[in-house]
Ligand binder design. Structure first.
Ligand SMILES: [Zn+2]
Length: 297
């Protein structure tokens, strides 16, 4: 009888440990993805784009968190310290071209450079915070600045007064390829360059529907081009990877029109980019449980 009780005991212990193992395995497999957008969008139809992304996330098996709201309230949400820290990757699909909110830009950049959370930047995300790199005066960032961004002198002065040595957020230096304008709404021929996990299912050559080709104002040396786009006589890098501090960004400038988002090769780019970034920079489960018990203390 005692033997029987002992065997039953051992059986339940094994069953429980098996269950814990399965729970852990599930936790390991599910990527935590943050999708950050604003609705409805002025030049872009962000609501149907979000609906498509939700479907892709479901199919990919991600644990998806969506942060959305109107244009201004979304910029304010970017002030929250460590808003991205708990995620394996963040997808930014917004259009904050005229924003002078350097605090929001700097905190977004810190999620990747300092917190090590990689980011996928889509289309108009590149055309954001123009006063930090496009529309300012050359030399406004001081003699120590080696980049090509032209920041608004007044913004730089305001930043220096309150942030001492903390670097001014030059948005084009974060996206890797800085862009400031686009061509007409016409098809782009996309040419895959080299081999990369984020483009592994993308054909060597793909013709889009009517959409916008973003120019390349300047490109950081560390940028790895993944896809080139050709529209009429214009050529530009339309997808790339770029290391940023503790992690990395992928930029994808195609995606203006919902029509882009309904194309299977485009959807594969989104899914494969997120999976690549999340797997490469995922916080090891051991560190996560340590973080959790830290926060419970
Ligand atoms: Zn656009």
């Amino acid at each position: 009888m005692r033997m029987l009780r002992l065997s039953i005991g051992i059986f339940f212990v094994l069953l429980l440990s098996q269950r814990c193992y399965l729970l852990q395995a599930n936790e390991i497999e599910k990527s935590k993805i943050l999708y950050f957008t604003h609705e409805p969008g002025t030049y872009h139809r962000y609501t149907p784009q979000l609906a498509i992304f939700r479907q892709l996330a479901k199919r990919a098996g991600w644990e998806l968190t969506v942060m959305t709201g109107d244009h201004e309230s979304q910029i304010k949400k970017l002030h929250a310290p460590d808003y991205g820290k708990q995620f394996d990757a963040i997808v930014y699909n917004f259009c904050f071209a005229g924003s002078r909110d350097t605090e929001a830009a700097a905190n977004l950049i810190a999620q990747t450079r300092e917190n090590g959370v990689p980011a996928l930047l889509i289309h108009c995300a590149m055309h954001s915070w123009w006063p930090t790199f496009k529309s300012g005066t050359p030399g406004s960032l001081g003699p120590d600045y080696q980049g090509k961004g032209k920041a608004d002198a007044k913004l730089v002065t305001e930043w220096r007064l309150t942030h001492d040595e903390r670097p001014f957020p030059v948005w084009g230096d974060f996206t890797g390829v800085a862009s400031t304008t686009h061509g007409p709404s016409q098809p782009i021929t996309m040419h895959r360059v080299g081999e990369h996990a984020a483009t592994s299912r993308f054909p060597k050559k793909f013709l889009t529907g009517n959409t916008e080709l973003y120019n390349n104002l300047y490109t950081l040396d560390e940028v790895v081009p993944l896809i080139r786009g050709v529209q009429g006589n214009e050529t530009a890098i339309v997808m790339w990877a770029c290391p940023q501090g503790k992690a990395e960004v992928i930029g994808l400038t195609v995606g203006h029109d919902v029509n882009d988002w309904t194309q299977k090769p485009y959807q594969d780019l989104l899914v494969d980019s997120v999976n690549y970034l999340a797997a490469k920079y995922r916080t090891p489960p051991a560190d996560r449980s340590a973080e959790r018990s830290d926060s419970q203390r």
